[in-house]
Design a binder for this molecule. Structure first.
Ligand code: GDP
Length: 341
């Protein structure tokens, strides 16, 4: 007899089989989708094994969404904008929206910049939206891997726009850029770029730059900022996909310009589909993640090797004292690692 998946009580201690997860996720069971993401984030080897199998089974059902990264400094209006954009897409475009987050601050501070607030009240109760906060533990690499796999599961569950939010303060944008189709940078008018903590490099990887809070007395400043950023992007190296980043403004609280964000995304998809760079980008991303995973797996094998860690301290001291060169020490440690394995 077929099990009724909705009635199965799942606990993280007692997970379902990968096939059972898949069936329930494809059926649109939110609770199971949430549990499956928890499984992906788990460091328990038993969970990891099921999660790995689930991802393999899900891959054929994934890939059909538009993946959008959204970044900007704390306070720029990311969650307000996601609430507005998500609601617009659900109501006007009949889309199903998943919101995922990468928050590198959560590990360092024990709290998170993105997750602490009560956020996205409207979306969180909408049946066509699924919101998942950033995992609160793990390295940035681990969190990014979990997010990438969560995208696959959300696509399998039928979500057709995936919004991935991150704090615009550093490395996490690069990770997000490597898992999305379109990267949106939110800025504020009138605050210097340095004040906003936005590095030039982040502007260079953006496909769209929107000046948020273009309302009330801010409108003139926003228009000025648009001109400045448009000038600035002239000096950026051209994109391989022939896309010229769009600079515009919006107001998340007044729901202005939200439709134009989506229009820009659609134009982007049209252009990159016609010139094949949409798929090429996804292929390159897969390659990036292959290399990334190999590197991080080897690093973790290396540092968890008993013989290596026994010798590491001693060689480190010697390198610091000037007794051994860093290159010789590294060579010796690698030799120890290779001989053992
Ligand atoms: P986040 O930290 O980037 O997620 O920013 P929030 O979405 O939490 O917004 C920070 C503050 O800015 C909140 O008080 C919002 O109400 C406000 N805010 C967000 N978008 C706008 C906007 O378009 N116009 C104005 N005037 N305020 C906004």
């Amino acid at each position: 007899m077929k099990k009724n998946i909705n009635k199965i009580k799942i606990t993280v201690k007692d997970p379902l089989s990968a096939k059972e997860y898949l069936t329930a996720i494809k059926d649109g069971n939110r609770a199971v989708l949430s549990k499956a993401i928890t499984l992906i984030e788990s460091t328990n080897p038993k969970h990891q094994k099921i999660a790995e199998e689930l991802i393999e089974l899900s891959l054929p059902f994934s890939g059909n969404s538009v993946r959008i990264g959204i970044t900007g400094v704390p306070g720029v209006g990311k969650s307000t904008l996601i609430e507005a954009l998500g609601s617009y897409l659900i109501e006007e475009k009949k889309k199903k929206i998943a919101v995922l987050a990468i928050d590198p601050s959560s590990k360092k501070s024990g709290g998170s910049i993105l997750g602490d607030k009560t956020r996205m009240n409207r979306l969180s109760i909408n049946n066509d939206a699924f919101i998942r906060p950033s995992p609160s533990s793990g390295t940035l690499g681990g969190v990014a891997k979990a997010t990438r796999e969560s995208i696959i599961l959300c696509e399998t569950a039928g979500f057709d726009v995936i919004l991935i939010e991150t704090v615009g303060v550093g490395q996490s944008e690069i990770e997000v850029k490597s898992m999305v189709d379109f990267f949106l940078l939110l800025m504020l008018a009138g605050a210097g770029d340095e004040l906003q903590g936005i590095k030039r490099g982040i502007m260079e990887i953006a496909d769209g730059i929107f000046i948020n809070k273009a309302d009330g007395e801010n409108i003139d400043k926003a228009n000025l900022a648009i001109r400045e950023y448009k000038n600035a992007i002239h000096f950026f190296p051209p994109n391989k996909n022939n896309w010229i980043p769009v600079v515009n403004s919006c107001s998340a609280t007044e729901n202005k310009g939200i439709d134009s964000i989506w229009e820009v995304v659609e134009n982007f998809i049209n252009l990159t589909t016609i010139n094949s760079s949409f798929n090429e980008n996804r292929k390159q991303q897969a390659k990036f993640w292959l290399e990334h995973t190999i590197q991080s797996s080897i690093m973790s094998l290396f540092y968890s090797d008993k013989n290596v860690s026994r010798k590491l301290k001693e060689l480190e001291t010697s390198v610091l004292d000037g007794g051994t060169s860093p290159f010789k020490a590294a060579k010796e440690l690698i030799a120890i690692f290779k001989n053992k394995s």
